[in-house]
Each structure stands twice: as structure tokens, then as C-alpha cells.
Ligand binder design. Structure first.
Ligand SMILES: *Cc1c(COP(=O)(O)O)cnc(C)c1O
Length: 248
């Protein structure tokens, strides 16, 4: 899949595609900030490079992208190794199995998907063993629990306990909260409402942990609603890199 994507686009064309995608997303972020009177500097674009080759991450870096996200360690670890010479900040945004933690702490700066005490313990042990700097952790909030199982994230009422646990755990730093707009449940189809609830949850978390300022919300389809609700980090893939293959 990735080889095909590389073969289809000569580097110069791919660079121009990525430049155009980035420009379009930057314009959307500018407009969304302006619409609600937020300074552009309050919002960080995190480009989600999942399923795309390391060569794209390299081109994005040459275009000034500094923050990238991946959702599977199997893909992210080799990509991060390949791009180790670049000044990139790596965000991990996918569901994380404890058996992948040892690998993820080698390259990740922020984990957006912390959703259970067992994962907190595993991350802490791996960070301490790796003798690396503190790892930033965000609590992933799920607004559609109850319906499907296996959904990533904790229920809103469980956020404070998990946030306190992260803040009290050696090697970890509580950075904030994250969500993906729900596809089921009462807030399905209403990302603005979900993002507003996330902002309220963030306010509660910051009352106890003032440094936990990150609010990670908004993707290609709903970044405007996220910025309107107060997101500090938008995670954008498709709108920058193009549609992913269904396998991604
Ligand atoms: C893939 C992904 C994104 C980016 O989604 P797009 O719709 O391609 O912008 C954002 N957040 C998470 C958690 C993802 O898995």
C-alpha cells in the first residue's frame, strides 16, 4: 500500500500536493480562529500521517510541520526511526495495548489515548526503564460508551480519577484531555456538543491540574467545531494527505 502510494507520486508532485493540503487546512484553522476571536497561536495543528510512508512525513517536515500523529505502533515505530533526524514531536492517538508500550515510549512525546489504570502503570514502568524524559498523557474521553464495547476512552464521570492517577504516577505528566466525536449515542452527529462537553471536562481537570491545558479534538471533518469549542490541538489527516485506503 505505502509502496504504491510512493510509486504513484513523484516526489515533486507529492510535495506540491502536501503543500496544497496544508495550505487549505491552515486557511480553515485561521478562519475558524477568526470566527470565534481566538488567536491562531492557541491552536496547534497535528498532522495525522497514519498509513502514509515516512517519505511523506519527511516532506511535511520540510514544509514546516512540527507535530505528527500515528495510531499504530507497528507503523509508527519504524517511521519514527526513519525520521529520527527531523525536529518532530510525535503524538500517539490510537488504542494502545500494554504490550506495545515499551516500543511507544521510545519515540512518543504525547499519548492522547490513555483510558485505563493498567495502561498508566505500564507506561510509567516503561518510561522509567527507558530513562527518558516525562511522557505527556491525555485522558481520552468517550461520549458513546454503553452501546458498543471495545470503544476507546473513559466515561466523562471517570475522567477525574484517571487524571489524578496520571498526575501522581512517576514518569508521566498529565497534559490534558482528548476525544473523537462520537458516532453513536446521544451526541452522535453533533460534534459541536461533544467538543463543548470536552471543554467543560477540561475546565474541571485544570481546576486540579492547572498545567493540563491540552484539549485535543477535531479532525478533517470537524476541526471548525472543535476550534469553536476551545480545542488547543486539532488532529488532521485526510485533509492534508488525502483519503486513506480502507485498510488504513
Ligand atoms: C485518523 C485519526 C485522525 C485524523 O482523521 P482525519 O479524518 O483523516 O483527519 C484524528 N484522530 C484520530 C484518533 C485518528 O485515528
Amino acid at each position: 500500500m505505502t509502496n504504491q502510494q510512493e510509486a504513484e507520486f513523484p516526489v515533486a508532485d507529492r510535495l506540491e500536493q502536501l503543500r496544497a493540503g496544508l495550505d487549505a487546512v491552515e486557511r480553515r484553522i485561521d478562519a475558524a480562529c477568526a470566527a470565534v476571536g481566538r488567536p491562531r497561536s492557541e491552536v496547534t495543528l497535528v498532522v495525522v500521517t497514519k498509513t502514509y510512508p515516512a517519505s511523506d512525513t519527511r516532506l511535511l517536515s520540510s514544509l514546516g510541520v512540527r507535530e505528527v500523529a500515528e495510531n499504530r505502533d507497528q507503523d509508527a515505530a519504524p517511521k519514527a526511526a526513519d525520521c529520527a533526524d527531523l525536529p518532530l514531536i510525535w503524538h500517539f492517538v490510537g488504542q494502545l495495548q500494554t504490550n506495545k508500550v515499551r516500543s511507544v515510549v521510545r519515540y512518543a512525546h504525547h499519548i492522547h489515548s490513555v483510558d485505563r489504570p493498567r495502561l498508566v502503570t505500564a507506561l510509567s514502568e516503561a518510561v522509567l526503564k527507558a530513562e527518558r524524559p516525562e511522557l505527556g498523557c491525555l485522558v481520552q474521553v468517550a461520549f458513546d460508551l454503553g452501546g458498543g464495547q471495545g470503544r476507546a476512552g473513559v466515561a466523562p464521570e471517570d475522567v477525574p480519577v484517571l487524571a489524578d492517577l496520571i498526575a501522581d504516577t512517576p514518569g508521566l505528566r498529565l497534559d490534558g484531555v482528548m476525544t473523537v466525536a462520537p458516532l453513536t449515542g446521544p451526541l452522535a452527529g453533533d460534534p459541536a456538543a461533544a467538543f463543548t462537553r470536552l471543554a467543560e471536562i477540561s475546565t474541571g481537570v485544570r481546576a486540579a491540574h492547572p498545567a493540563a491545558t491540552m484539549v485535543s479534538a477535531g479532525m478533517s471533518g470537524d476541526l471548525e467545531q472543535a476550534i469553536a469549542a476551545g480545542a488547543t490541538h486539532v488532529r488532521v489527516g485526510t485533509a492534508v494527505l488525502g483519503a486513506r485506503s480502507p485498510l488504513g
